[in-house]
Design a protein. Structure first.
Length: 146
């Protein structure tokens, strides 16, 4: 119960922060999408890998980092194919009707789409009924996107 309260307090604090008050379609941390992790690596190596300052792209109002030139170029060729759903906000939270930050290690690729979650605990909840959560999140996203 204490962990749930702490999580909810963090979500409320994030929602009320100055950065969250502005229209923001992509979740960023210090201007970086995916907290600096490589969007392409989730698909090519199946794991979260921290990107490098050497390989960056500005897309959608955020800086995206990559582990290699090849990953950067793949993203540039088709950013919509690699960018996470719901602007990189927590997919489970989106299914519940609100936006929340993410942990880049709590993720799933479903039918070629990347979904991120706020924590590994939330990720376990997400995976129990991903199809229903995706349906609800898809319905909520247009209203919550900015």
């Amino acid at each position: 119960m204490r962990q749930r309260r702490a999580f909810l307090a963090a979500v409320v604090a994030f929602a009320l922060s100055p950065g969250a008050m502005m229209a923001q379609e992509i979740f960023t941390d210090q201007g970086m999408a995916l907290r600096g992790y490589d969007a392409v690596a989730y698909f090519t190596v199946g794991e979260a890998r921290a990107g490098s300052e050497d390989w960056t792209v500005d897309w959608g109002g955020a800086e995206w980092r990559f582990v290699s030139e090849a990953n950067r170029d793949a993203f540039l060729a088709a950013p919509e194919d690699y960018a996470p759903q719901y602007g990189g906000f927590c997919a489970w939270a989106m299914s519940q009707g609100y936006r929340a930050p993410i942990n880049p290690h709590a993720w799933t690729v479903v039918e070629g789409r990347l979904y991120l979650n706020a924590s590994t605990r939330v990720h376990r909840r997400w995976t129990r009924d991903m199809e229903a959560h995706i349906e609800r999140a898809d319905a909520n996203w247009p209203e919550l996107r900015d």
